[in-house]
Design a protein around this ligand. Structure first.
Ligand code: MG
Ligand code: ZN
Length: 216
């Protein structure tokens, strides 16, 4: 019982701060996505392809969440976009307060698209609102086609599914139709993209969707 109460208090406090973040994003007309996935699904690679495609068209900033290291922030920084690294020192998800503090380092009136790359974890990031417009879950074909059924909350709480590494489909144990069927069984409203950061297949469609959502 005690654990449940503490957890609930943490989430209530988190939701209060997330609401403040959301208001801040709205006031500054920024479209914000929270990218979630397991480690190694290609979050940062998709982000790199996205920046390449959209740079000059929209003004992007990035908040990178990692358990350790600033490797991902360094990768993004090479594209000359504002980036803030949050190192959670072991914590397996981002919280709204961490994002709020990170925002102090970004000039919000200069940007219209903010990407929050969450810590690689398909479990608890599902429960933490950061103030984003929506969650984007990335799942790579190397992870198989049963993940939506095994981690339903993440797929329920996400609005978009990006199926990444589709160039590897001939070599991995993943049936694309089954994967999509499983995902839509959990969340029939999921918008689905299929991408490869190697062949760049699907990146254009994904970026067009972002452009439709960003107010310029
Ligand atoms: Mg990453
Ligand atoms: Zn966690």
């Amino acid at each position: 019982m005690g654990i449940i109460t503490i957890e609930r208090k943490v989430l209530e406090k988190n939701d209060e701060i997330a609401a403040l973040n959301r208001k801040l994003f709205k006031d500054n007309k920024i479209f914000v996505i929270n990218i979630v996935s397991s480690p190694g699904s290609g979050k940062t690679s998709i982000l790199e392809r996205t920046i390449e495609e959209l740079k000059g068209k929209i003004n992007i900033a990035v908040v990178e969440g990692d358990v350790q290291t600033d490797f991902d922030a360094k990768r993004v920084e090479r594209y000359n976009v504002p980036v803030v690294q949050i190192v959670t020192n072991g914590a397996c998800h981002l919280e709204a307060k961490l994002v709020k503090d990170a925002l102090d380092n970004i000039k919000l009136d200069n940007i219209n698209f903010l990407v929050i790359e969450n810590v690689g974890n398909l479990v608890c990031p599902a429960g933490y609102d950061l103030g984003e417009a929506l969650k984007v879950v990335i799942l790579s074909t190397t992870e198989g086609d049963d993940k939506p059924l095994k981690y339903p909350k993440m797929f329920m709480n996400s609005s978009v599914l990006v199926i990444n590494k589709i160039d590897l489909l001939p070599y991995v144990n993943c049936n694309l139709d089954v994967l999509k069927k499983n995902a839509l069984q959990i969340n029939p409203d999921l918008k689905i993209f299929e991408t490869s950061c190697t062949s760049k297949e699907g990146i254009k469609e994904w970026c067009e969707w972002i452009e439709e959502n960003v107010s310029t």
